[in-house]
Design a protein around this ligand. Sequence first.
Ligand code: NAD
Length: 494
Amino acid sequence: MRTLTEWTALAQDISFRAQAWIDGEFRPSISGDTFPAINPATEELLVDVASCDTPDIDAAVVAARRVFKAGDWSRAAPAERKRVLLKLADLLEQHADEFALIDTLDMGKTISEMTAIDVPDAIDCLRWTAECIDKVYGEIAPTKPSTLGLITRHPVGVVGAITPWNYPLLMAMWKLAPALAAGNSVVLKPSEKASLSCLRFAELARDAGLPNGVLNVVPGFGHTAGKALALHMDVDALAFTGSTRVAGMLMQYAGQSNLKRVWIEAGGKSPLIVFEDCQNIEAAARGAAGAIFTNQGEVCIAGSRLYVQNSIREPFIEALKRFAGKYQPGNPLDPKVRMGPMVDKAQLDTVNRYVQSAIDEGGRIEHGGLSMPEGKGFFPTPTIITETHQAMTCVREEIFGPVLAVAGFDTEEEAIALANDSIYGLGASVWTDNLSRAHRVAGAIESGMVWVNGWGEGDTTMPFGGVKGSGNGRDKSLHALDKYSELKSVWISL
Ligand code: NAD
């Protein structure tokens, strides 16, 4: 692992790609507009990024459709697509440190998380999905003997991907790997708060041999470039990761345009339930701290609601505070630092608003409090609030910051009811040594994912996604391919 001095030196030498990548080349936005990419740890300008809008999106969709129809990629043998994507995964691995550095500088995530999670997981997602694509078969239906019923899979066409800033490279990869492997063309609109790693990735895709126009990356704001992509009449599907509010807007845009499919991975307010029969309180407390403080709490599955059985509440909270103390915000380029700055001032202000609302609504600040960073950088204060109840704003709404709301419960039924009392249903974490209870509670919780005696475990082999206001469809695993392929039924009269 590199030292702080080495990462700092590398950061000084790095150069950014900041123009739109359309049809195999970098282009400024047609309007000439740009927006600044700011390092949230130093508040310094990294680079001015092309601020694209409808004409740029149109150009990208035209390129994507042209190559899709030509068939260079869409009708390439699956083994050929696998070969190119595996080469791309190798290139990404060769540039792993560069990608780790780009996202750390662009959005503030610690370099240790980038090198341990984001970059290796992105490589794994790409490699695993590429490996699968020449092993996916069609089906023959059990029709009557006078017919042959073939069920075949085909790429959807032009996929519009709209992604968030909290895992800039990784969230994009969860869309790009299955969409490209399945033979689609993609127009990716990364978050305006962190576009740089996706732009650099597009260049590597060209180097790996992806035909021009198959992958386009168009940076810009949501209400301009994002909306244009979502309303576009020649985009066949949208793959979205972001907030529940914007997800709803995309569904409306689809309804107002061509009924494109809308696949959503949205927000969360994930509960952690700790039962008194959990023997290893230390492990549970460490897990709970990691669940809310990892990546500054800017995690869709952040365990932001903690329900502890009342009989162990006091010792558990004491242990939790000890682990919380290990998350001291600092320079994200320092490999020893476990928490960086929030992505921008607006996100830090949002966190403060929620902490203040918790105080106003009767919560007790058990650890941390309002964030008042001295000097440069949008550094948050890791915070634990006790004496919370379900009506409080900090319990109901996604904060997307390092703020944990804690409440007690007496019975298993009560814990399940509290966990399910949310518009969201993304993840949940259950801590118990009772096997029957683990299965019972995991089955009863309304969420796409449940971790028993853990939190956040995941690799490409398991689907990721939620229910209720947290979305539809799934990223990762073979199930991700369902979003990016159409089934066709062909009847052959014999
Ligand atoms: P956001 O919804 O504000 O933005 C997401 C993307 O949508 C960005 O690229 C943005 O530019 C774009 N966008 C915004 N308005 C748009 C519009 N009107 N039309 C089209 N596009 C528009 O979300 P964010 O702040 O970037 O990310 C945080 C959210 O993402 C949180 O709610 C978090 O829970 C969620 N998230 C979910 C998952 C998951 O897998 N479920 C993973 C990561 C993040």
